[in-house]
Design a protein around this ligand. Structure first.
Ligand SMILES: N[C@@H](CCC(=O)N[C@@H](CS)C(=O)NCC(=O)O)C(=O)O
Length: 377
């Protein structure tokens, strides 16, 4: 090492202290506070919610270890009780008594991480912007995932790609004989589930146009600022990123569309993966006054397709109907009724009700004319 010294002159009252520190001394490892135990989660790279959460943990500088695998198998091995439905990702977090527990659902987990880990928050400081961020997170999680699942299994070339890669991601050295059984099994099972997200030959054009409009809106927005929420990412950025990792990074048809329509969304998806190096500060958030019109264009897509779907789902739940259909963009949208999406609508409303009158007025101004107003009941 180069001989190098640093002098520090300190005056304390009348006494002066002159310290000469050799660089070699500075480089002696200092006793450090014990490293926190990394958070364990179980997930898979072709799962958008797994990618959402891994990128978020990285950005937030929260230590983690991810087990690539199926939650059921890993939890059994660990002797941890399975949740009612073990989804990807499944987090292993302590309950109130410190006992390790399997926990799913990225949106509430993000809020729990906010309360347990300080700094580098993904929730905008201004409650009005935090509401917009929440709405966009929900849209990415619940509607953009329809693009994801549709493109993965609707066209033959994409289904072939996913059918090949899913088993291999699960086990890179999977023996050929098992691979040959696994591929058709998973492909047929997933194609058989397309109707669950509302994907079929009739709805395919609507999914295409919605995805294309969103990419157009993202291209305009990302020309002005690097994140949905301004100069730092919000929870909605991670949710959108998670879906785009698949649409842009995994499935050939939506990848080709994205490269054609939004190179900026492609670049965004590349860099969002690891945001450990940015140093966000409070004024990096958009405010309801400074948010560009391009954010409104993204919200218009939410209002155009997702808002009517949320409302139709809620009506079907209330009427006890197991499926519903509505017209969006002149196409029929039909899908089965989801309890979870009924809760999404309630949670959006609970977030809105928690705002003060003045904050609601600022939210209303952002939502005005987007079609999102209709989800506020
Ligand atoms: N709302 C959940 C959704 C998670 C989710 O649906 N994960 C998918 C994979 S991306 C899943 O586990 N589906 C069940 C399955 O594949 O069997 C979240 O935000 O974490």
């Amino acid at each position: 090492m180069m001989a190098y010294s640093v002098s520090i002159y300190l005056e304390v009252d009348k006494y002066s202290v002159y310290l000469e520190l050799a660089m070699s001394q500075l480089s002696v490892p200092q006793p450090s506070s014990p490293q926190p135990e990394p958070i364990t989660l179980i997930g898979a790279p072709p799962s958008p919610y797994t990618r959402k959460m891994v990128a978020l943990l990285r950005y937030r500088h929260i230590a983690y270890r991810i087990i690539w695998g199926s939650p059921d198998a890993v939890l059994t091995q660990m002797g941890i009780a399975k949740p009612k439905v073990a989804l990807l990702p499944t987090f292993i977090l302590p309950d109130e008594s410190g006992e390790m527990q399997a926990v799913c659902d990225s949106t509430p987990i993000i809020r729990r991480l906010e309360s347990e880990h300080q700094g580098r928050s993904v929730i905008p400081d201004d409650p009005a912007m935090a509401f917009i961020d929440y709405l966009l997170e929900d849209f990415a999680d619940e509607w953009c995932t329809k693009y994801m699942f549709h493109y993965r299994w609707h066209h033959e070339a994409d289904a072939d790609n996913a059918g090949t890669l899913l088993p291999l991601v699960h086990q890179v050295n999977l023996p050929a004989e098992q691979f040959n059984q696994f591929k058709p099994h998973i492909t047929q099972r997933q194609i058989g589930r397309l109707h669950v997200v509302g994907s079929n030959d009739e709805t395919a054009p609507l999914i295409d146009t919605s995805y294309e409009r969103l990419l157009g809106a993202l291209e305009s927005h990302l020309a002005l600022q690097p994140y949905l929420m301004g100069n730092r990412p919000g929870a909605s950025d991670f949710a959108l990123f998670g879906q785009l990792t698949q649409l842009i990074g995994f499935d050939p048809t939506p990848r080709a569309i994205s490269h054609r329509l939004s190179p900026r969304a492609v670049a965004y998806t590349t860099v969002m993966e690891d945001q450990t190096g940015i140093n966000p500060c409070a004024n990096d958030w958009n405010t309801t006054e400074t948010a560009p019109d391009s954010l409104k264009a993204i919200l218009k897509e939410v209002g155009h397709v997702y808002a009517p779907a949320l409302l139709a789902n809620a009506r079907a739940l209330q009427a006890g109907e197991s499926s519903w259909q509505i017209e969006i963009d002149g196409s029929v949208w039909a899908q089965q009724t989801f309890n979870y999406q009924g809760k999404c609508l309630q949670w959006i409303n609970a977030e809105y009700q928690a705002l003060t009158g003045a904050e609601r007025a600022r939210v209303d101004a952002v939502l005005e004319g987007t079609g999102c107003e209709q989800v506020i009941l």
